[in-house]
Design a protein around this ligand. Structure first.
Ligand code: GTR
Length: 409
């Protein structure tokens, strides 16, 4: 049987000459056509957030879950440089409960540090080979190389993703880095929202085709906010200096977490592509139709109305960047990651720049992306790294430069 995803990838456009984005919705014009002033930004921002929720990410529940947490393990790593803490975060509603394993790597003996919080793809044990790190027991996509079989992680996965998490470098620069396995929040398959975080709120529009129910991306973002609730209580973390970071689908989740939770003082998207930082109207690489077909559980039912119909979207990726304003946001691409449309990722920052300028800040003024390995911008920052779809030391170093500069102001 032919793989529908491979068939879809064959028809994908990679020709700049075929792009016609038409007219982008102006993030500084209200629904009734009024130009927004700086004073009106806060309330207009909420209107834009509602538009993004209704047409793309879905609305997360407003009910709260009871949250408690417990440190279950502590250790020292990297020849005394790093203090590791493993924390079980417990969430409870009337419908049920779930646990998320949060792991925090802090510079030993330091308090009130800037911190990076992001989800990981293959379990906390995949980011460092230390044997004390807990292995997830939740559903995981099978992967022979990482030793995931029968949808369960195993010892083979230890350290397999360490290139993506340069803990030593981050702690050496005086920052905390914290992460959790995204499947602890919501397993990444179309299960009709029977498990994961959606099952804690069963009355909250659980069916897959509901127009504005929350999808998995919004679920991961909601989970990031719950992890933030816990992270800011740790003495090693300065609660005013937490950046949310994510790669690929988790970059989409990072942008939405940053958009919806203003406690994240810096927002970072790495190779987030379609549904993240890349402008949908460009139709370059992955498209709305492709993403909604491959991953029907990621976004809300309404988003499917824009399959091959992007010009009808009441927003675009620049709106997602705009609603983060006035907080600093950094977008990173990779030269070989054409599927995620590096130029489209840059342009969303460019077209969000008038919002930042209205509020008195710089963004990405030029309509042309920079050369590889040149980090540009003001409160909206950007680089494109040479190489494939990935998150590597080079990216982290730029994220740290950008966050450090933002937090010092
Ligand atoms: C791809 C998907 C992208 C991106 C990527 C990832 O299959 O088409 O949107 O999210 O997965 O998360 O690795």
């Amino acid at each position: 049987m032919s793989d529908p995803l491979i068939a879809q990838r064959k028809d994908v456009n990679y020709d700049e000459g075929k792009i016609d984005i038409g007219v982008l919705p102006d993030p500084l014009v209200s629904k009734v056509g009024k130009r927004i002033t700086a004073k009106e930004w806060d309330s207009h921002r909420l209107e834009l957030l509602r538009t993004l929720s209704e047409h793309q990410f879905g609305f997360a529940p407003t009910e709260v879950a009871d949250l408690s947490w417990k440190v279950v393990e502590e250790g020292i790593m990297n020849e005394g440089l790093t203090k590791r803490q493993q924390i079980v975060v417990h969430l409870q509603t009337v419908a049920g409960s779930m646990d998320i394993d949060l792991i925090v790597f802090s510079p030993a003996n330091k308090t009130k540090c800037g911190a990076f919080l992001g989800l990981n793809f293959q379990g906390n044990h995949s980011i460092d080979s230390d044997k004390a790190i807990r292995i997830p027991s939740t559903w995981m996509r099978n992967n022979a190389e990482s030793g995931v079989s029968e949808n369960r992680a195993t010892e083979t996965g230890r350290g397999q993703q360490s290139r993506r998490w340069p803990i030593r470098e981050i702690n050496e620069r005086g920052f905390v880095v914290a992460t959790a396995y995204y499947g602890d929040i919501d397993p990444d398959f179309d299960d009709g929202f029977k498990n994961g975080v959606h099952s804690l709120f069963p009355s909250h529009k659980p069916d897959i085709d509901h127009p504005d129910r929350w999808g998995s991306i919004a679920g991961w973002s909601w989970g990031l906010s719950r992890l933030l609730d816990v992270l800011i209580q740790q003495p090693s973390v300065d609660p005013t200096k937490v950046a949310v970071v994510g790669h690929s689908r988790l970059g989409k989740a990072s942008l939405w977490a940053g958009a919806t939770d203003p406690r994240f003082s810096v927002v970072i998207s790495n190779n987030s592509g379609c549904g993240g930082a890349a402008l949908e109207r460009r139709n370059f690489g992955e498209t709305v139709a492709i993403i909604n077909t491959s991953f029907p559980h990621w976004f809300c039912g309404n988003f499917k109305k824009y399959n091959k119909n992007e010009k009808e979207l009441p927003h675009d990726a620049h709106t997602l960047i705009s609603v983060i304003a006035p907080r600093p946001v950094y977008i990173a691409s990779a030269t070989e990651d054409t599927w995620a449309d590096p130029k489209g990722e840059y342009l969303s920052g460019h077209y969000a720049t008038p919002v930042y300028q209205l509020l008195g800040y710089d963004g990405l003024v030029s309509s042309n992306p920079p050369e590889p390995e040149v980090s540009v911008g003001g409160r909206i920052g950007y680089h494109v790294r040479t190489g494939p779809h990935d998150i590597l030391s080079y990216d982290w170093q730029r994220f740290m430069d950008f966050s450090d500069k933002s937090w010092k102001k």
